[in-house]
Ligand binder design. Structure first.
Ligand code: CUK
Ligand code: CUA
Length: 764
């Protein structure tokens, strides 16, 4: 540390201390002491060792959990179970500026239903994009059950890029599930309703209410859903439930189960028994088997009519072209999960203790031999159940969802009523192990469990109730995700994680090294459309321009000031703010919050965001940066002055709070000279090493070079004022010179530390 010569940089010295100082007390405590004090057993320690991730450590898998009613996605690491991020999807989220900047408002606006802003979602099933049935780490899809919508999240920056609204459905559930090369994203209805927006009485339920299954076409080049090339199967008014896409031999087919094939319409107030009674009378419901490959061919051949912006395959056409079949499945089923090799389809009946394993080969044979039990009231052939079944296994009470292991034929099924996980062999039809969880498990997820090659290793149980597992926080409890080690023959419960944000229904988990998100955007980037923003502003090109009624502010953000610092408009003007974050250094986000206008932005390095609003009332509106981005973050501030119409500026000029002398100026100059010596030594260190081999350091050096450029401009101004003996302005500009130097040194030191920690070598 010999280059810290003087006491000129208390700030920087503060930055570098703290690393080595504090850690002598804990080595004197033994592991036994801690176990005793905290009442831990050997088993606890073993579990802890399997989940504990030391400071700075990374997780092996990254889980993407639905955020339920929050309309968001929750990202956490496995096995540490540390929450990493909430992804804003269907709901405004202030931290990310989602729903507050113009760019993300446009994404949310895609999700309007019949012209209405819908500001929540009931997210259920996230799904990764796939290449040859493997998670490829490119995109994540998630559905909204309440308002039939699907969103596309780009995993290169973890941002929501697109929301599509199903033009036919009024409710959905069986999405999002993707086909093996992400050709399509499946979305099936839940509660039947008319495909039109019109009123249709419940008395016409059987004729005019409909279920459906949409195959949303995904454009893998653009990374967006292509509605015009998507198609929807019209289906009977059963309550279609979950879906899954075929794999391997069953590639090209989709599977969607259903309940309430009784087509019962409740109405307690009309003296009728409730839905729950009428919807669970029959012993079987229907698994829908759809041939999407064949449907796609019909679409391409121009044989399917377009309606409401996509293709619609009417029931009669689907039957006539043999695109859809039904297979009976035990009473009120819930999950449908295709095995990794694509040969089996597993369905569990909530109200039946059996889990049914269907064989795709047998289904095909039955179709070829027309081995049908008959047709449903809409003419769809019903495949003989016995002919399609491979096995039925009694796993326990309330079986729901199934996940797969890396070992062939091994699956895990959630038992809702028993509050257990059953590990079983679905080829042989025998139970291998059972584990109690707390309490009432819904979905469960194994690592890469929906892909063609699951990793096994861990299982997370998504429990519906937490009851007594955590410190009480009032009547609304958090949800509980329990981590289970499945690497051995017997399952071992490791850890409880409370999730305080809606009811997560399903989670998907991907190997962490498949995700390669960026740490900064290209300069001036509109992240929502993934293109250069027309409002990109470079350093020194900031300007305020009035175009018609709108005042456009082309601003920049860099440690530690907002340019412009004063924005003047007239009442009644529309103000359109555009801010570009000029930083390239990792994690240097600036925020922008403005009093009373509902403007709140998150501007990550490189990003350009806009906020447009009407300045209705004359007044003073302070703004500031909301991220603690540097030592002078609190000074990252400014004023929007909304002047009354026709206001004239007073001649008196700005008031100064403090007067400076020649001595003040010289003192500041001395400080700056000393600081420059520190910078020079850091620069010497960096440039004498192979820093160009480290992209992180190159970015820091670029930022530092920018700051140093600003520093010399400020220095020049200071000297000009000093020459005119205006020590007021000379001192202030010299002070600004020092601010830029400090930021340069800060960046330089971070670069130096990085090089030291990553074993950079000296170049001669
Ligand atoms: S669902 Cu909620 S536990 Cu929407 Cu997949 Cu089964
Ligand atoms: Cu930028 Cu605080």
């Amino acid at each position: 540390m010999k280059f810290y010569k003087k006491r000129t940089l208390p700030l920087l010295i503060g930055l570098t201390l703290g690393l080595g100082a504090a850690s002598s007390a804990y080595s004197q405590e033994s592991l036994q002491d801690v176990m005793k004090a905290r009442g831990l057993t050997q088993k606890d320690l073993l579990a802890a060792a399997k989940t504990y991730t030391p400071t700075g450590g990374r997780d092996e898998y990254i889980a993407f959990s639905s955020g339920g009613q929050s309309g968001q996605v929750i990202v956490y690491g496995i096995p540490s179970m540390r929450i990493l991020k909430y992804l804003a999807v269907f709901t405004p989220e202030p931290w990310q500026g989602y729903g507050f900047d113009d760019e993300s408002k446009a994404v949310l606006a895609q999700g309007r239903i019949q012209g209405k802003d819908i500001l929540y979602g009931d997210t259920h099933h996230p799904a990764f994009s796939e290449t040859n049935g493997e998670y490829d780490g490119r995109y994540l899809f998630i559905n909204d059950k309440a308002n039939p919508r699907v969103a596309v999240i780009d995993l290169h920056d973890f941002e929501t890029k697109q929301i599509v609204v199903n033009p036919f459905f009024k409710s959905e559930h069986g999405g999002a599930f993707v086909t093996g090369n992400t050709e399509y994203v499946m979305e099936a209805t839940q509660y039947a309703a008319p495909f039109s927006e019109e009123f249709v009485p419940l008395e016409e339920f059987n004729e005019k209410y409909r279920g459906g299954l949409t195959y949303w076409k995904f454009d893998n080049q653009k990374g967006r859903i292509d509605m015009a090339n998507s198609f929807t199967f019209e289906l009977p008014p059963y309550s279609q439930d979950l879906s899954d896409a075929g794999k391997g031999p069953s590639e090209g087919w989709g599977f969607t189960n259903s309940f309430c094939t009784e087509r019962y319409v409740g109405g307690i107030e009309r003296g009728r028994p409730p839905f729950e009674a009428g919807c669970s009378q029959k012993d079987t419901d229907f698994l829908h088997v759809t041939n999407w490959k064949k449907a796609e061919e019909l679409v391409k051949a121009g044989k399917v009519k377009q309606e409401k912006g996509m293709y619609l395959i009417p029931l009669e056409q689907a039957v006539a072209e043999s695109l859809v079949y039904l297979i009976p499945e035990p009473k009120s089923p819930h999950g449908v999960d295709v095995s990794p090799d694509g040969t089996k389809i597993i369905v569990s009946g909530k109200l039946d203790t059996h889990t049914s394993v269907y064989s795709f080969e047998k289904i095909q044979k039955a179709i070829a031999e027309k081995n049908f039990e008959g047709t449903d009231p809409y003419g769809i052939p019903i495949i003989n159940m016995k002919a399609a079944l491979h096995k039925q296994v009694q796993l326990g009470l309330g079986p729901l969802h199934t996940q797969y292991d890396s070992k062939a034929c091994v699956a895990y099924t959630s038992l809702y009523v028993d509050s257990m996980v059953a590990k079983w062999d679905y080829c042989e039809g025998k139970i291998l192990d059972k584990l109690s969880i707390h309490y009432n498990i819904g979905h469960l997820v194994s690592m890469e469990g929906d892909s063609v090659s699951p990793d096994g290793k861990y299982l997370v149980s998504l429990n519906k109730l937490a009851i007594d597992r955590f410190n009480p926080v009032g009547p609304l409890h958090p949800q509980n995700h329990q981590l289970i080690d499945i690497s051995g023959d017997q399952m071992q419960l490791l850890y409880d994680m409370p999730l305080p944000l809606g009811e997560p229904h399903y989670v998907v988990a991907i190997k962490a090294d498949k995700l390669k998100p960026v740490v900064r955007y290209q300069s001036g980037w509109d992240s929502r459309s993934d293109s250069r923003s027309p409002y990109r502003t470079r350093a020194g090109r900031e300007k305020i321009e009035k175009e018609g009624d709108t005042v456009h502010v082309y601003g920049t953000l860099i440690r530690s000031h907002i340019t412009p610092e004063i924005i003047e408009v007239e009442e009644g003007d529309t103000v359109s703010l555009h801010f570009t974050n000029l930083e390239r250094a990792e994690d240097e986000t600036h925020g922008f919050a403005l009093y009373g206008q509902n403007v709140n932005l998150s501007v990550e390095p490189g990003k350009t965001v806009s906020a447009t609003f009407k300045a209705e009332k004359a007044g003073v509106y302070p703004y500031y940066c909301t991220e603690f981005c540097s030592a002078l973050h609190l000074e990252m501030q400014g004023y929007l002055l909304v002047k009354p119409k026709g206001y004239q500026v007073a001649a008196s000029g700005m008031q100064e709070g403090q007067a400076y002398t020649k001595a003040d100026y010289e003192k500041q100059v001395k400080t700056n000279v000393d600081t420059q010596a520190v910078i020079d030594s850091v620069v010497a260190y960096i440039t004498s090493h192979n820093y160009k081999d480290f992209s992180e350091v190159v970015a820091l050096v670029e930022d530092a070079t920018d700051q140093l450029g600003f520093a010399s401009e400020a220095k020049k101004k200071a000297e000009e004022f000093a020459a005119k003996e205006d020590y007021q302005n000379a001192t202030l500009w010299a002070g600004q010179h020092w601010q830029y130097q400090v930021k340069t040194a800060d960046l330089g030191l971070r670069a130096k530390t990085f090089l030291e920690e990553h074993g950079a070598t000296k170049i001669k």
